[in-house]
Design a binder for this molecule. Structure first.
Ligand code: HEC
Ligand code: HEC
Length: 321
């Protein structure tokens, strides 16, 4: 940028972040050099929000989202509405007869035919998935990870990983209709809960940390984090801050690093393993609008491996379980 003032540098950082995140996700192995564009994109901030939706190549395919059926009747429609206003409305209108934007108008979507809104040109990726109507289960899977549901979809959105939030959003989408579809019956809810029962309950963080493998965390770091973060005593800040000694350190407080406003409410709290686990699972949910353009580590054990690795890189590592 010719007029490289502070702003120019800032937007270049974002551009670099978006670019590297995209490339890293696309396949870090294939990248020898990351070329940072000279010109920042015109709408850098929007592009940060529109995350690359591909799951990290190394993360094992998630076993699928938890069912929302048991939560729908008591879901918080107002929260769902607020979430949609914040995360979806840039691409979707919600009112009856609303215009198509980057994505199709969503009025009446639940219960209506899949990927069939009049006048919208869908990607080839979703055309093969357009079978039947949107029911609660399909909507749950789509919103959990659009790019797993329809690899290559034009919906650049990483997904909603909190089951409660998906339930709130779907309960809100349900209200966008002249005649909302029926809530699930008691029998349907029971069937969904029974199907979920055999899978072991999620292990808690402490037991995952107890068997964490820092070497795996190290490999993942080299592949998915090192483009943005140094991790060395006195290391430089890059697109993201240096992470040496981060476990136990004050959050978002590295000297000389310009953090986004999004993370400021968390600044100064100690980085406990539990808080790191939350952050690394889904940075954009932890701090909506964060500059860390990274969708998160979805696998619980891999997050624990990462925390164990981060913990090793400190003058005096914390004692983990
Ligand atoms: C960056 C833009 C973008 C964002 C953000 C986004 N979407 Fe989409 N959405 C799209 C596009 C584009 C499609 C069409 C998909 C395709 O053609 O591959 C789509 C399709 C959909 C569909 C299927 C519609 C149909 O006609 O069957 C639903 C439902 C949906 N989005 C819901 C959401 C919700 C809920 C959110 C927020 C949590 C969201 N989207 C966020 C762009 C977006
Ligand atoms: C595309 C660049 C990018 C990638 C990839 C990335 N980060 Fe970040 N990271 C950032 C930015 C930028 C921030 C500052 C967040 C803000 O200001 O909103 C950050 C902040 C952090 C913080 C908080 C630091 C502090 O000072 O408290 C941690 C911890 C972190 N990242 C870990 C990771 C890990 C682990 C990975 C890989 C799994 C990763 N990051 C991948 C850019 C990135």
């Amino acid at each position: 940028m010719q007029n490289s003032g502070k702003d120019g540098l800032f937007f270049n950082k974002i551009a670099a972040g978006v670019l590297t995140a995209g490339l890293v996700l696309w396949g870090a192995n294939r990248i020898a050099h990351v070329i940072i564009p000279d010109e920042a994109p015109e709408h850098a901030a929007l592009q940060v929000a529109a995350l690359p939706s591909a799951a990290p190549a190394t993360a094992p395919a998630p076993s699928g989202p938890e069912s929302v059926l048991p939560l729908l009747a008591s879901a918080d429609v107002a929260k769902g509405q607020a979430f949609v206003a914040q995360q979806c409305a840039a691409c979707h209108t919600l009112t009856a007869g609303g215009a198509n934007g980057v994505g199709p108008n969503l009025y009446g979507v639940l219960g209506g035919p899949m990927f069939a809104h009049a006048g919208f040109t869908y990607s080839a990726a979703v055309k093969s998935k357009a079978k039947g109507d949107w029911d609660y289960d399909k909507m749950n899977q789509w919103l959990y990870a659009p790019n797993d549901f329809a690899p290559g979809t034009g919906m650049s959105y990483s997904g909603i990983h909190s089951t409660q939030t998906r339930a709130d959003v779907i309960a809100y989408l349900r209200t966008l209709a002249a005649q909302p579809v029926a809530l699930p019956s008691a029998a349907e809810i029971k069937a969904a809960s029974a199907a979920a029962a055999p899978s072991a309950p999620a292990e808690d963080l402490n037991s995952l940390l107890a068997k964490a493998d820092p070497a795996k965390g190290k490999a993942l770091f080299a592949q998915q984090c090192a483009a943005c973060h140094a991790i060395a005593s006195g290391g430089p800040n890059g697109v993201g801050p240096d992470l040496y000694g981060i476990v136990g350190a004050k959050a978002f407080s590295a000297p000389g690093f310009a953090y986004s406003d999004a993370v400021k409410p968390h600044a100064g709290k100690p980085w406990t393993p539990a808080m790191l686990d939350d952050w690394l699972k889904a940075p954009m949910s932890f701090a909506p609008g964060t500059h860390m353009a990274y969708p998160g580590i979805k696998n619980d054990q891999m997050r624990a491996d990462m925390i164990a690795y981060l913990n090793q890189n400190a003058a005096s590592p914390a004692k983990l379980p």
